[in-house]
Design a protein around this ligand. Structure first.
Ligand code: FMN
Length: 244
């Protein structure tokens, strides 16, 4: 079983890689923005994984599903979402869309990981706290893999109750945040050194270097990879200032 994933700060990549490892197969994990993502879809059974954003699917993932709508018919898809705290039906959001295109959803896994919003102090946790979160997540992945090897896939986020929790717990109030790409990445030119790390890492090629400084355009999927990688803490999106 291969996996296609979006991962901004690396949480989802970590979970997917670990699950494939625990499943003991020879499946590969491919980033959704990679040219090889479509090749990974060739098998009948695949994993699609992404971070929860406002209890919803990141727009890049929605865009990917819609762009390749003909590919999903008859596919067996296991969905994984990682989250900082709460997603309700983080997997269910993609499940409903994929089912519309004829896919069969084999199960869902929703795993709490450290929060990737690195420019909001209220969400900051200590290194020890994050380490404990990752240890717990790793254990949950090992348990899920055991279940899956025994042929009983977890169904997290796929129930009607989960749908209501995701909808009323968060999605309704933040719906406008995930209906498209955003142009809200802010770059402080006095801090930016034009190193290009953000541009190189952006999954949507939304950032370029012009006149020695990073310049963001309007196709940001809010993955936070640029912000988390910036060596000068010159970028922000939802918060005001970056912290270590
Ligand atoms: C724009 C944005 C919105 C987010 N919304 C939620 C949310 O609604 N619920 C939640 O529990 N975590 C939320 N998170 C946290 C991420 O889902 C979580 O940290 C995830 O593990 C990041 O995975 P990644 O490193 O693979 O991108 C959000 C993160 C970002 C960047």
């Amino acid at each position: 079983m291969n996996a296609v994933y979006l991962s901004g700060s690396g949480n989802t990549k970590h979970i997917v890689t670990l699950l494939l490892d625990e499943l003991g197969g020879n499946g590969i994990a491919v980033p959704i923005e990679s040219e090889d993502a479509m090749k990974a879809l060739e098998g009948d059974e695949i994993i699609l994984a992404y971070p929860t954003m406002f209890s919803n699917i990141p727009y890049l993932v929605r865009d990917f599903i819609n762009t390749h709508e003909a590919f999903w018919k008859g596919k067996k898809i296991f969905l994984i979402t990682t989250m900082g705290l709460f997603s309700g039906d983080g997997t269910g959001c993609a499940a409903r869309l994929l089912k519309k295109y004829g896919a069969e959803i084999t199960g869902g896994l929703q795993i709490v990981m450290p929060d990737s919003i690195g420019d909001c102090k209220a969400l900051k946790k200590s290194k020890e706290q994050n380490k404990a979160i990752i240890e717990k997540a790793d254990k949950r992945v090992a348990e899920a893999a055991k279940q899956m090897r025994e042929g009983s896939y977890p169904k997290e986020g796929l129930s009607f109750a989960a749908h209501l929790a995701g909808l009323f717990g968060q999605r309704l109030w933040f719906y406008n945040k995930t209906t498209g790409y955003t142009d809200k990445v802010k770059i402080d030119p006095s801090k930016c050194i034009g190193c290009g790390i953000c541009a190189k890492n952006c999954p949507t090629q939304n950032i370029r270097i012009g006149d020695g400084k990073a310049v963001a355009s309007s196709k940001c999927t809010m993955c936070y990879r640029c912000i988390d990688h910036c060596p000068k803490q010159a970028m922000t999106l939802l918060g005001k200032t970056l912290h270590e």
